[in-house]
Ligand binder design. Structure first.
Ligand code: ME8
Length: 644
C-alpha cells in the first residue's frame, strides 16, 4: 500500500480573552471542512487549532475579573474549545500557548535567534497600542491612532530586544516570487508587497518589560517574549519541533504546513514575520497562507462592545450544527466579506436546506416506499433526460475538487446545491406520480427513483465534509454504504437491494420566519439582558438652565379634560398664585389621585390652549423607555419654592 500523503492545516490560535463570536468560529469550521475533504481524498491530515494566551490585554482582563492570568485563560480556553467541539470540528491538537512543550521551545527559539545575532538589545520609544500589543512610529499612525485597529495609542519607552527582519527580506521576497500561491488571495499578496516589503522592513521589537504575563526571556527574565513570536511558533511546536534538532515524528511527517488558514487582519504576521522567523531558524516555509475575509453582522463589524455579536452556540440552539456550518461556509465569499443576520440564516435555511435538500430527500424516500416498498430492483429503462443528470453529477464531483483546491468553499457548496436543484427538476420532468399510475411504466419508475437516490448519494458524499452529521443521516435514510469520494467518481454506485428507511423525518423542517424571530429575540433578551448606552442631549450652559423657573406646587383640584381622553386638568397652588395646568397623564393617574400631590412644574412656560383649555405651565414627569409616566412629586417643601 502506498503511504498516504501528509496534509497539515492550521487555524489562527484564538485570543483567550473572551467567548469567540461567529466570525472567529467561521475559521475553524472552514478549516474543518477542508481537513475533512482532504481526508476523504485520501490525505493523512493533521489539523491544529488552539488558543493564544499571553499578553498585556489578557493580563488586564484577568485582573479585572479578579483572577490570576492562568485561571482566566483556563476558563477562556475551555469556553473556546467547547464552541469548537460543539461545531463538530475534527482537530487533532488543541494547542495552548501555556502548554509546557510550547513554552520550552519558544524560550529556546528566542535564545537561538539571539545567539546567532538576529535579535539584539536596544531601547525603544514609540506609540504603543495596548489591544494590538504593537509599537508604531509617528509616521505609521493614522490620524494619531493605531493603524491596525484605529484605537488610542500612548507613548511608551522600553528597553527591548529587536529582530533584524531586513536581513531576511531578500530571501522572503524570492520565496514569494517563486511560490505564486504562497499568499492567497492575490489582493492580500499585493498589499503585503506594496505596503510592507517595498518600503523596506523595519526591525521588529520582540520583547516587552511593561507586563509579565508571557514567556520569559530565559537569559534576561525581566523581558517576556513578544506575543506574536510566541503565538506563531505554535505551528511548529505543536508538532514537536525542537530547536536542537531532536524533532518529534509529527514534525518530521507534517512540516512544512500545507495551509495556514487565518483572517485578513493578520496576514502581515503570517506572511512576513513568521516566514522570516522560519528563515532565521533554517526551517522550511509553509506552502500557503490564506487570509480569509471577515464575517459581518449585516454590514457592520462584529463587536462585543457594540452588542451586535452573534455566537455559534446560540445559532446552533435554533438551527442545529450543520445548518450553521452550511450557512457560514456558503455565505462567505472568497475575497470579500460575508454577512450574517438571524434573518439571513432563516432565509438560507428555508431556501436551501428545507426546500431544496430536505424536501428532495424526503420526497424520494417516501416515493420509494410508496411505489416499491422501499426496495428498488436493478431493472432499467433509461431515457435521454437521465443523461443530463448523470453528467451534472460527474461535473459536480470534478468542480468541487477544483474549487476546494482553490479554497473556494462557498463555490463548492453552490455547485453541490446545483446538483440538488437538478434532482428536483428531474422529478418535475419525469413525474413519477404519473408513471406510477401505469403498470407498464414500472421499470421506468424504478429507473427514475434509482437516479434520484444516486443523485442524492452523490451530493451527500460531496456535502459530508461540510455537513458531516447530516450526511450520516442521509446515508441512513437512503440506506447506502457507498460513501467514499471515489464511489461518486462514476455514476451508479448506489446499491439496489438496500431498503430505504420506512419513514423520512424531515432533515430540515421549514421555519416560520416571524415566529422564529420572535422566539430568538425573546431568548437573546433573556440570555444577554441589554444594557443600552446612555444617550444625552447636547451640552448646555448653566445660563440655559437658569432660564427655567421651576417651582413646587400642590394640586388642589383635578378633572378629566372635557375633550381629550389622555389629558387631565389640574389646579395647582403655588404660594399666593393658583394656576391651571393641562397634563398628558390620564393613562397613569385618576384625577382624584392627583389631588393633594406636591408637584414640580415649569412656571414660566408660555401658556397654550390645549383643545380649548388653557394650560399655564407644565407638571414635570419622568418617562421610561416604554413611555410610562410618573409625576415628579415632592415631600415637605412648601408651595412656591424654587427648584434649581
Ligand atoms: O488574531 N470574521 O486571535 P483572534 C471572520 N491570537 N474571521 C474573524 C473575524 C470575523 N468577523 N474576526 C476575527 C488572533 N476573525 C491571534 C492569532 S495566530 C498565530 C494568532 C479571525 O482571536 C481573525 O482574523 O483575534 C483570526 O484569524 C481568528 O479569527 C482569531 O482571532
Amino acid at each position: 500500500m502506498t503511504e498516504k500523503k501528509p496534509y497539515y492545516i492550521t487555524t489562527a490560535i484564538a485570543y483567550a480573552s473572551g467567548k469567540p463570536h461567529i466570525g472567529n468560529t467561521y475559521e475553524i469550521i472552514m478549516a474543518d471542512a477542508i481537513a475533512r475533504y482532504r481526508r476523504a481524498q485520501g490525505y493523512d491530515v493533521r489539523f491544529q487549532t488552539g488558543t493564544d494566551e499571553h499578553g498585556q490585554k489578557i493580563q488586564e482582563k484577568a485582573e479585572a475579573a479578579g483572577l490570576t492570568p492562568k485561571q482566566f485563560v483556563d476558563l477562556q480556553a475551555g469556553e473556546i474549545k467547547r464552541i469548537f467541539d460543539l461545531m463538530n470540528t475534527s482537530y487533532d491538537r488543541f494547542i495552548r500557548t501555556t502548554d509546557d512543550d510550547h513554552e520550552a521551545q519558544v524560550k529556546k527559539i528566542f535564545r537561538k535567534l539571539y545567539d546567532q545575532g538576529d535579535i539584539y538589545k536596544s531601547e525603544y520609544e514609540g506609540w504603543y497600542c495596548t489591544p494590538c500589543e504593537s509599537f508604531w512610529t509617528e509616521s505609521q499612525l493614522v490620524d494619531g491612532k493605531c493603524p491596525d485597529c484605529g484605537r488610542e495609542v500612548h507613548k511608551e519607552k522600553e528597553e527591548s530586544y529587536f529582530f533584524k527582519l531586513s536581513k531576511y527580506q531578500k530571501k522572503l521576497e524570492k520565496y514569494i516570487e517563486d511560490n505564486p500561491h504562497f499568499i492567497q488571495p492575490e489582493s492580500r499578496k499585493n498589499e503585503m508587497i506594496n505596503n510592507f516589503l517595498k518600503p523596506g522592513l523595519q526591525d521588529l521589537c520582540v520583547s516587552r518589560t511593561s507586563f509579565s504575563w508571557g514567556i520569559p526571556v530565559d537569559f534576561d527574565p525581566k523581558h517576556v517574549v513578544y506575543v506574536w513570536i510566541d503565538a506563531l511558533s505554535n505551528y511548529i511546536t505543536g508538532l514537536g519541533y525542537d530547536v536542537d534538532g531532536n524533532h518529534g515524528d509529527l514534525y518530521k511527517k507534517y512540516w512544512p504546513a500545507d495551509l495556514h488558514l487565518i483572517g485578513k487582519d493578520i496576514v502581515r504576521f503570517h506572511t512576513i514575520y513568521w516566514p522570516i522567523m522560519l528563515l532565521a531558524l533554517d526551517v522550511p516555509l509553509p506552502k500557503q497562507v490564506f487570509g480569509h475575509p471577515w464575517m459581518l453582522v449585516g454590514e457592520d463589524k462584529i463587536s462585543k462592545s457594540r452588542g451586535n455579536a452573534i455566537y455559534a452556540d446560540d445559532l446552533v440552539h435554533f438551527f442545529g450544527v450543520d445548518a450553521i456550518r452550511y450557512f457560514v461556509l456558503h455565505e462567505m465569499p472568497f475575497a470579500q466579506d460575508g454577512s450574517i443576520t438571524w434573518e439571513l440564516v432563516i432565509e438560507r435555511y428555508n431556501s436551501d436546506l428545507a426546500n431544496i435538500f430536505g424536501n428532495l430527500v424526503s420526497r424520494t424516500v417516501s416515493m420509494t416506499n410508496k411505489y416499491f416498498d422501499g426496495l428498488l430492483s436493478d431493472q432499467r429503462a433509461e431515457e435521454p433526460v437521465d443523461e443530463e443528470l448523470k453528467q451534472l453529477a460527474g461535473e459536480t464531483v470534478r468542480k468541487v475538487a477544483a474549487k476546494m483546491d482553490e479554497l473556494k468553499v462557498g463555490d463548492s457548496l453552490e455547485a453541490i446545491l446545483d446538483l440538488l436543484r437538478r434532482c428536483n427538476k428531474y422529478i418535475d420532468e419525469t413525474t413519477p406520480w404519473l408513471l406510477a399510475k401505469e403498470e407498464d411504466k414500472k421499470v421506468r419508475l424504478n429507473t427514475v427513483l434509482y437516479n434520484l437516490l444516486e443523485g442524492i448519494r452523490t451530493a451527500t458524499v460531496l456535502l459530508a465534509p461540510f455537513m458531516p452529521e447530516t450526511a450520516e443521516k442521509v446515508y441512513q435514510l437512503i440506506n447506502t454504504r457507498a460513501t467514499t469520494l471515489e464511489s461518486v467518481e462514476h455514476w451508479g454506485g448506489y446499491e439496489v437491494n438496500n431498503k430505504v428507511a420506512e419513514k423520512a423525518d424531515p432533515l430540515f423542517a421549514r421555519i416560520d420566519a416571524n415566529a422564529k424571530l420572535d422566539e430568538i429575540h425573546a431568548y437573546l433578551e433573556e440570555k444577554y439582558p441589554t444594557v443600552k448606552p446612555m444617550v444625552y442631549k447636547d451640552e448646555i450652559e448653566i445660563g440655559d438652565f437658569e432660564k427655567l423657573d421651576l417651582r413646587v406646587g400642590t394640586v388642589l383640584e383635578c378633572q378629566k379634560h372635557p375633550k381629550a381622553d389622555k389629558l387631565l386638568v389640574s389646579k395647582v397652588r403655588c404660594g399666593s398664585d393658583t394656576r391651571q395646568i393641562v397634563s398628558g397623564i390620564a393613562n397613569w393617574y385618576k384625577p382624584e389621585e392627583m389631588v393633594g400631590k406636591k408637584v414640580a412644574f415649569i412656571a414660566n412656560l408660555k401658556p397654550v390652549v390645549l383643545r380649548g383649555v388653557e394650560s399655564q405651565g407644565m407638571i414635570l414627569c419622568a418617562e421610561d423607555e416604554k413611555g410610562n409616566l410618573e409625576v415628579v412629586s415632592l415631600g415637605k417643601t412648601e408651595d412656591g419654592a424654587t427648584i434649581r
